[in-house]
Design a protein around this ligand. Structure first.
Ligand code: PLP
Length: 424
């Protein structure tokens, strides 16, 4: 039976049997016991399903990953230790030294740094395109060795909305998947697979956890991308893996399972960026109320955006839910129930005024965080994005006067009163 988001948020991913715990159990164990070496050997050959070492897989994590997978409408999913690890694995699973990726320039600063600096050092080249680029500019970004296209549904912090369908069509025309970081809307507000995306990533640290309690990430595969249609482009999935006893992932696990199994078997084995079972348990507590919280985050975001848009001390506002926002039409298409609670705005008077404004807020606290129950704010140009050059800042949609204001779950009237006294 197909369930709605609310039912999946509360009960998805875990179905206890008779006498088993109603809540997801925390399997706080590094290792798992087997009667014979033969039994264990079958796991190492990926011939039998089971757990042997928590660096690769843990049952608690898999229950929670299954819930997120169901929310996104995917075929397989895995938890990672952070959103950074999720985006790294999502790309590195299909693009290695000598390969190339097309990415939106309007993405989280940490992801931009991961791609433009760290993965470039590993030999993966990125071409960044504006999410608003013309079709011909997008077309020109592809190379014969392109392996993926990447973007954020709602970009952090510029709040541009990705035209998922257009980017998916372009990716597919070049035989590569579209990877979408769906952190800000969460699957409650947008399911990128329904618009043609192939792989979805999350920083679960944000709304999914929702309480600022646990850093984590997730990768979900739609199971629909046909790696075999361009088998030469994706040898890691379509030819034998000598580091795993010669198995070929698509042959053994099908299109539904190949991508996540490879990421688990190779990348988790070698890099070990797995989420702790404790954090997965905490994440699940957050997921149980995600559908209820997202509505409140969005209502608060809309109220704050409308209020500051009319304030004389605010130079500009970006919130896709505003009718005047340049991304409103895309938001109506992809985010009809609302996007997220994050509002970006510029304080009249520039950088110094923005920093003064933030000091005067009392409910919203300055924090390197976004998308949790407590309202927080940040000055991206001097914090999360300070490693970017001025040109890169502009390409990422960031100006010196920008405040990123993340509406929590408090009363909108109190948030607005706090903003008003700080603007005054
Ligand atoms: N993706 C997006 C859209 C983010 O906003 C962030 C962090 O802010 C990340 C990925 C990285 O996630 P994490 O901080 O969990 O590593």
């Amino acid at each position: 039976m197909v369930h709605g988001n609310g039912t999946i948020c509360v009960q998805g991913g875990y179905a206890p049997g008779n006498g088993e715990p109603r809540q997801i159990p925390i399997i706080q164990s590094t290792t798992f016991r087997y009667a014979t070496s033969e039994d264990m050997g079958k796991l190492f050959d990926l011939e039998a399903e089971g757990y042997f070492y928590t660096r690769l897989q843990n049952p608690t994590n898999d229950y929670v990953a299954a819930k997120i997978c169901e929310l996104e409408g995917g075929s397989a999913a895995m938890l990672t230790s952070s959103g950074q690890a999720a985006n790294f694995y999502a790309i590195f699973n299909i693009a290695t030294c000598g390969d190339h990726v097309v990415a939106s320039s309007s993405i989280y600063g940490g992801t931009f740094n991961l791609f433009a600096v760290t993965m470039r050092k590993m030999g993966v080249e990125f071409t960044f395109v504006s999410p608003d680029c013309s079709d011909s500019e997008l077309e020109a970004a592809f190379r014969p060795n392109t392996k993926a296209v990447f973007g954020e549904t709602i970009a952090n912090p510029s709040l541009t909305v990705l035209d998922i369908q257009r980017f998916a069509d372009a990716a597919h025309a070049h035989g590569v998947p579209l990877v979408v970081d769906n952190t800000f809307p969460t699957p409650v507000n947008c399911r990128p697979f329904e618009w043609g995306a192939d792989i979805v990533t999350h920083s679960t640290t944000k709304y999914m956890d929702g309480h600022g309690a646990g850093v984590g990430g997730c990768i979900v595969d739609s199971g629909k991308f046909d790696w075999t249609a361009q088998a030469d482009r994706f040898p890691g999935l379509t030819t034998p893996d000598e580091s795993y006893h010669g198995i070929t992932y698509v042959d053994r696990f099908g299109l539904e399972g190949a991508y996540i199994t490879k990421a688990t078997a190779q990348l988790m084995r070698d890099f070990g960026s797995i989420q702790s079972p404790q954090n997965a348990f905490i994440l699940n507590l957050g997921l149980e109320s995600l559908h209820v919280r997202m509505a409140r985050h969005c209502a608060n975001g809309q109220a704050v955006a409308e209020h500051v848009a009319a304030h004389p001390n605010v130079a500009w506002v970006r919130y896709p839910g505003l009718e005047t926002d340049p991304y409103h039409a895309l938001a109506r298409k992809y985010l009809p129930q609302g996007g997220c609670g994050v509002v970006s705005f510029g304080i009249a008077g520039g950088r110094a005024a923005a920093e003064d404004f933030m000091k005067c807020l009392s409910i919203a606290q300055i924090a390197t965080h976004v998308a949790d129950a407590r309202t927080c704010c940040l000055h991206p140009a001097s914090s999360t994005h300070r490693q970017l050059t001025d040109d890169e800042l502009l390409a990422a949609g960031i100006t010196p006067d920008m405040v990123r204001y993340s509406c929590g779950l408090e009363d909108a009237a109190d948030l607005i009163a706090d903003i008003d006294q700080a603007l005054a």
